[in-house]
Design a protein around this ligand. Structure first.
Ligand SMILES: Nc1ncnc2c1ncn2[C@@H]1O[C@H](COP(=O)(O)OP(=O)(O)OP(=O)(O)O)[C@@H](O)[C@H]1O
Length: 187
């Protein structure tokens, strides 16, 4: 049974904007109070179970995952259409820390689930196209123009976190997030 969180930090952002990097930094800063949750984890686990596949291999970045990507996306869309909160509920079911970090929100319905159930800080990680290219981003048809990449383009997050390579600026923004989490823990 999950603890009720004092704060849920929900990250979104374009490919190579630095979501994983930001999540790693927050993990180091919030250490024992933080549970990191991935909405894609229960999706892959359930898909693997229902299709007799290896969930571990679907979770890493192997060619195995690429083989099933298209069908897995279709299957996930169907599930979400029937119940938009399905994977959010599963991802949070075992969370056992007072601050949660959701690092792969992709839909307005993901945001709606957290903002309607918990005290939430929504954060859009932002980097310029040039910086994202330097990090290896290549515009890919069918990926960069697909709903899973674009559905939050017009969503207004509470915080826009600039991650263009200025480490001092990034650290300041991460400290703001941690200050909010620690202030909630003291209440
Ligand atoms: N502030 C930063 N300082 C140094 N390296 C960074 C920074 N932000 C991101 N990177 C690097 O850029 C690359 C892409 O970042 P990251 O994997 O965090 O992006 P992402 O948004 O999670 O991408 P994707 O959506 O494709 O998984 C990684 O190698 C990461 O280490």
């Amino acid at each position: 049974m999950a603890l009720q969180p004092v704060l849920v930090i929900v990250l979104c952002g374009k490919r190579k904007s630095g979501k994983d990097h930001v999540a790693e930094r927050l993990k180091l800063m919030l250490k024992d109070v933080l549970a990191v949750l991935q909405l894609s984890k229960p999706l892959k686990e359930q898909y693997a179970k229902e299709h007799g596949l290896d969930a571990e291999r679907l979770l890493d970045s192997s060619s195995y995952k690429e083989t099933y990507r298209r069908d897995m996306i279709r299957w996930g869309e169907e599930r979400r259409d029937r119940d938009p909160a399905h994977f959010c509920r599963l991802a949070t079911a075992e969370a056992d820390k007072p601050v949660w970090l959701v690092c792969d929100a992709r839909r307005p319905t993901d945001m709606d689930y957290f903002t309607s159930h918990y005290p939430t800080l929504t954060v859009k990680v932002c980097a310029s196209e040039d910086v994202r290219k330097e990090r290896g981003w290549v515009w890919t048809d069918g990926v960069d123009n697909a709903p899973s990449e674009c559905a939050l383009d017009d969503y207004s997050c509470q915080m826009l976190l600039s991650n263009n390579g200025d480490n001092v600026m990034l650290t300041q923004q991460l400290e703001q997030i941690c200050d909010l989490a620690f202030s909630k823990l003291k209440l």
